[in-house]
Design a protein around this ligand. Structure first.
Ligand code: NCD
Length: 329
């Protein structure tokens, strides 16, 4: 595997391989000395153009626990603030010869775009707009593996802002590959058009979707991606209709668990008593997030990486063009 752009590119076997590899790393983080030499000599750059706590920190910890050198760059401190283009930033960082560039960006497809220009760097998608968030889904699958052997046949009910959620979209893709079902629950204004093409069940009434669910997976309202303010009437009404509270949790089967990719908005999509209850796996997701990112970095760095070349493709193309024109370099 050279890059990780999304769940769409992965086969069932690759997903299972990464989740199983992640399972083998959980124990490392629980030790008092949290270090293995697996990625010694590798360089990882985390380039985040959108806010993040869990994903950025877990990629950083994952790299450091495996002995890689890890650099973090956020949009607010990068030269894009001085007008540099995304491509120039990408080529500049690639010229420093990292093995892996982990990217979060508000625009869908950013990772694939950069990969075309940075042939010698592995790229990991840490969330691109409302498109994909593959490592969150691998994290969720590892979390669920601690309860069930396989997600096959289970029902994951995803509630809230489906329209703007890369997490929901990646789960819908994973469900088709791994044989679990997804129910989506949202008002029409928070559902993407033609959501049925993913083969999911669509509900507008949260209560109706609860019986038979194995996971109630709550989403934050992603206002940063909303282009209109009329997606829902008010926070109070949204909470009434789509918030997970004790009454709704009591309607679910006794083995049904609660998940959330974070960050949570307590009192909006979930009440505090539910978020902090014994049925909540939200902090387990955070722990598994580090292990899964260790697995992804290992898979990308371990597989016969060629030695990086010194010049960028752009430079080589420019040189070839000048040669063709008989100009001196
Ligand atoms: C999610 C994301 O960034 O898409 N969070 C995460 O990575 N932990 C969900 C969200 O921001 O609501």
């Amino acid at each position: 595997m050279k890059h990780l752009f999304g769940i769409a590119q992965l086969s069932r076997e690759q997903i299972e391989y990464l989740v199983n590899l992640g399972a083998s790393f959980v124990e490392l983080s629980r030790r008092s000395v949290k270090k293995a030499p697996t990625l010694r000599g590798k360089t990882i750059i985390n380039l985040f153009f959108e806010n993040s706590t869990r994903t950025r920190t877990s990629f950083e910890l994952a790299g450091k626990r495996l002995s890689a050198d890890v650099i973090n760059i956020s949009a607010s401190t990068s030269a894009t603030k001085k007008g540099e283009s995304l491509l120039d930033t990408g080529e500049t960082l690639a010229a420093m010869q990292p093995h892996v560039l982990v990217i979060r960006h508000a625009i869908a497809g950013t990772c694939e775009f950069l990969a075309d220009y940075l042939p010698d760097t592995s790229i990991v998608n840490a969330g691109d707009g409302a498109h994909e968030h593959p490592t969150q889904i691998l994290t969720d699958l590892l979390t669920l593996k601690q309860t069930w052997d396989s997600p096959q046949g289970k029902v994951i009910t995803i509630v809230g802002d489906i329209a703007h959620s890369r997490v929901a979209r990646s789960h819908l893709l994973a469900a088709q590959k791994l044989g679990y079902s997804v129910r989506v629950v949202a008002p029409k204004t928070l559902l993407p058009l033609a959501i049925e093409r993913f083969g999911c069940e669509v509900y507008h009434d949260f209560d109706a979707a609860i019986p038979g669910s194995d996971v109630l997976y709550m989403l934050r309202m992603q206002t940063e991606r909303m282009t209109s303010s009329c997606c829902f009437p008010s926070i109070r009404e949204y909470h009434e209709a789509y918030g997970l509270n004790r009454r709704r949790l009591d309607m679910a089967g006794k083995d049904c668990v609660v998940m959330h990719p974070g960050p949570m908005n307590r009192g909006v999509e979930i009440t505090s008593d539910v978020a902090d209850s014994a049925r909540s796996h939200i902090l387990d997701q955070v722990e598994c997030g580090v292990a899964v990112r260790m697995a992804v970095l290992t898979a990308l760095c371990g597989g016969g990486q060629t030695e990086p070349v010194r010049r960028s493709r752009k430079r080589e193309q420019a040189e070839a063009a000048m040669k063709a024109q008989g100009k001196l370099l």
